[in-house]
Design a protein around this ligand. Structure first.
Ligand code: ATP
Ligand code: MG
Length: 777
């Protein structure tokens, strides 16, 4: 143990060595806060504190897993196993399951994701006959979410004329009623949304002193990472649990508080000293992560903020290269610059893909980056955006499984009751919903008793409803006797989901089928993993909980090497040798919506500080002079944040016409050279989606709509087109971009026919012949 402590500097050792009492570590980026927290936990255990009595709350479950692993390396895995670690949501979901009955919930309650919540709110707005252009479901959910995170229950809302007035002023006088209906409907469905996981925990701890006492006694040592981004609800939970022993250690950096828009309250960190008696405050000043240029540039940025705690951050690391600034004409060109820079660095310095990160302000910016990386054949992974589990076909399967566990789950039921089509139409579902609301029962219960309720349904509809109920019940029987994989496979077949997609036959349909297969593989993996965990319960419900609470970074198993693409918000706490911050433009970063007040602008600046401080060795700032936004080509100006960095830390690559390294290419809209496995971005690796796509896009095959069939694009040179059947193994071919190559293998037939070709430059590639423009030489 001493060995690990001696690896910390003196300032870092102090909070590790203080065993008891409240303490706060406030320090800048990269100064070892997370590391101190990790070693502190190991040292507590070394001093005899039982792992069972330690609770550590982190920003992602992945961070918790990594921390646990490191601690296991120090104290042994059997010791570390009992540590309570995870995000607020996952830790308290677990506690809520075992205490659910006290709150009137079943222990198998469903966790609604935001899609479910938005749909339900939309349905309520419709039922109340309100204008959905005034009451926008997402906005309404945002409002309800902020009430919940401030612990304003429906009752508290109606007792607060000010809040009601505020909503009335913003033309939403009936928001309270929507809130009421939403809460009732969730409760009736045995469902909690994300915010409920915190709100209900607070309710549990306040209403049941014995429960509070039990968990206070259990969690004798509490540690919280990224404390600057806790919201009021989280703050109160920590406060309540630590009240008895007061062994609370929080770490954070006010300069990295970037979640105000989600209710995070920077005052939680600023007021910590006042909340407990005898708080010890520790400061860490030495940054170990980044080269000196980056540290100093980051300091010069955050200096511009007025609201901040004074902090010193310095580093003994080498100066490192200056921050490179690059301007391009379009976002497409910006992408190509980033891709070629990564390509060159990989070649010159033998870097791995995983050593590069591309960070952006908004998810929409990923597209140009993806196109460019794909053309360069650089593997990447998108974090965030629409997750694998939210894809339509995946969510359909999951909703059937959710119904098996909790048939009251209305969002799941409404989604799959008539998919695949089984003759239970919208009008019937409406009647069932009205009856369910009338009898204060779930829709499923109404369906179970459809014989006894007069809904004026014809006998055919009634029997189809009964068939559906019987089918779900038969799944429940299987769930009792088989593992989740067996059940899930059975469900995909018996419900007709598979047949439906097979019938479809389009490339999208095929991709969706493959996704379902990946989901099944994921469930299998999960079960295998569970076998190693002591006391693992019914695998299906645990799998569903895992899925519901997976944060966007969680699915990263880290076992394949890819460039990371993510929003800056998601990059908090992470580090990469090379970081590209793209879209450094006014109205994008800082965001157009965040420049009207100083506090908003300061939050954007903190975001920039977070972005820059992710870089270990080299940071790039890139911007485009024009970019497509909302479908229009817009002119843009460089971000004010670039100007805010002292010139001595910057190196302008800004090209002139004559020495321009990265010639603007004509935007290619035809990806004749992309192999299908790359096109089929929906194919996840280890259950992880490599690509975000929107449900309402025409196709998960990202570029399918940009592709033109060979027939309408005849090859320009002589020679015969490879789309015809003449192509044979051994043929020498010419490809528009990859040049000369030899055919190694041909597989598939018709539209799916592919050739594996070894190119003189670029190595072996698999191309879909339908799209590859090859000439046989
Ligand atoms: P952030 O604010 O971004 O979350 P942090 O303060 O949590 O950063 P860490 O992630 O704990 O910082 O540490 C940053 C890097 O510095 C890590 O790679 C860590 O291993 C390394 N590091 C921290 N302390 C030391 C030390 N005493 N000696 C060597 N390396 C260190
Ligand atoms: Mg950290």
């Amino acid at each position: 143990m001493q060995h690990y402590i001696s690896q910390l500097n003196e300032a870092q050792q102090a909070p590790v060595l203080q065993k008891d009492g409240p303490m706060i570590i406030i320090a800048g980026a990269g100064s070892g806060k997370t590391r101190v927290l990790t070693i502190r936990i190991a040292y507590l255990m070394h001093q005899g504190v039982d792992a069972f009595n330690i609770l550590a709350l982190t920003f992602t479950n992945k961070a918790a897993r990594e921390m646990k692993k490191r601690i296991a390396d120090i104290v042994g895995s059997s010791e570390a196993k009992n540590l309570w670690m995870g995000t607020f949501h996952s830790v308290f979901a677990r506690i809520l399951r075992s205490e659910a009955d006290k709150l009137g919930y079943p222990s198998n309650f469903t966790i609604y994701d935001s899609q479910d919540s938005v749909r339900l709110i939309g349905a309520i707005i419709k039922e109340m006959q309100l204008d959905k252009d005034v009451y926008k479901p997402k906005q309404v959910l945002g409002r309800i979410s902020s009430y919940k995170n401030s612990l304003i229950t429906v009752k508290a809302y109606f007792n607060n004329p000010e809040l009601q007035e505020q909503d009335a002023m913003s033309k939403k006088p009936r928001l309270g009623e929507i809130y009421q209906n939403y809460v009732d409907r969730c409760f009736k469905a045995g469902a909690m949304d994300f915010d409920d996981l915190l709100l209900k925990t607070n309710e549990l701890l306040t209403r049941f002193p014995d429960v509070l006492a039990k968990y206070q006694d259990r969690f004798r040592y509490i540690l919280v990472d990224e404390y600057q981004d806790t919201n009021h609800s989280q703050y109160l939970i920590v406060r309540a649990l630590s009240d008895r022993f007061q062994n609370i250690c929080v770490v954070g950096d006010d300069a990295q508080s970037i979640y105000a828009f989600r209710g995070a309250n920077i005052n939680n960190i600023l007021n910590f000293q006042k909340d407990y008696d005898g708080v010890k405050t520790y400061r860490l000043e030495q940054n170990y992560r980044s080269s000196k240029n980056i540290v100093e540039a980051a300091n010069s940025i955050i200096d511009k903020n007025k609201t901040k705690l004074d902090k010193v951050v310095w580093t003994a690391n080498a100066d490192g290269p200056r921050i490179k600034v690059h301007r391009s004409l379009t976002d497409g060109e910006e992408g190509r610059f980033v891709a070629s820079e990564i390509f060159e660095k990989k070649m010159q310095l033998q870097m791995m893909n995983g050593q590069f990160a591309i960070l952006y302000r908004t998810n929409a910016q990923s597209r140009a980056m993806e196109d460019a990386l794909r053309k360069r054949d650089i593997p990447y992974r998108i974090y965030g955006g629409l997750s694998f589990y939210q894809r339509k076909e995946i969510k359909d399967v999951l909703c059937y499984l959710r119904l098996v566990i909790n048939p009251k789950d209305e969002e799941a039921l409404v989604r799959v009751i008539n998919y695949p089509a089984r003759g239970i139409g919208d009008t019937t579902v409406e009647k069932l919903t009205i009856a369910a609301n009338h009898y204060k029962r779930s829709i499923f219960e109404v369906m179970e008793h459809i014989d006894k309720i007069d809904l004026k349904l014809n006998s055919g509809t009634k029997s189809r409803i009964q068939d559906f109920v019987t089918m779900i019940k038969s799944f429940q029987v299987i769930d009792q006797n088989h593992d989740a994989f067996y059940l899930a496979e059975h469900v995909t077949k018996k419900t007709g989901l598979i047949q439906e997609l097979k019938k479809d036959g389009t490339p999208e349909g095929i991709a969706r089928l493959e996704n379902i297969e990946e989901l099944l593989n994921g469930i299998k993996d999960f079960i295998e993993g569970q076998k190693e965990v002591d006391g693992a319960r019914g695998a299906l419900s645990e799998f569903l909980e895992d899925v519901a609470l997976a944060t966007d970074l969680d699915k990263d198993t880290g076992d394949d090497d890819r460039v990371a693409l993510m929003t800056i918000h998601l990059a908090k706490g992470l580090e990469f040798p090379y970081v590209f911050i793209v879209g450094m433009e006014e109205d994008l970063f800082p965001s157009a919506m965040s420049v009207s007040t100083r506090s908003e602008l300061e939050e954007e600046r903190r975001l920039f500080y977070v972005a820059l401080t992710r870089a270990e060795h080299q940071a790039y700032l890139t911007y485009a002079q024009s970019r497509y936004r909302w479908g229009k080509l817009m002119d843009s100006e460089p971000s004010r944040f670039i100007d805010e960095i002292k010139g001595e830390y910057l190196e302008y690559l800004t090209p002139t016409e004559s020495n321009y390294r990265y010639k603007p290419m004509i935007d290619m809209d035809i990806f004749g050279d992309v192999d299908k496995s790359k096109l089929r971005l929906s194919k996840p690796v280890n259950g992880t989606p490599p690509k975000r796509y929107d449900d309402d896009e025409p196709s998960p095959n990202l570029n399918i709509r940009k592709l033109k069939p060979v027939a309408s694009n005849p090859p320009t040179s002589s020679g015969s087109s490879a789309s015809d059947t003449k192509l044979n193994v051994g043929n020498i071919v010419m490809h528009e971009r990859f040049g000369k190559g030899q055919v190694l293998n041909i597989e598939g037939a018709g539209a799916d026919k592919k050739a594996e070709i070894k190119f003189e430059v670029g190595g072996i590639k698999k191309l879909l012949l339908r799209f590859a423009r090859l000439d046989i030489l």
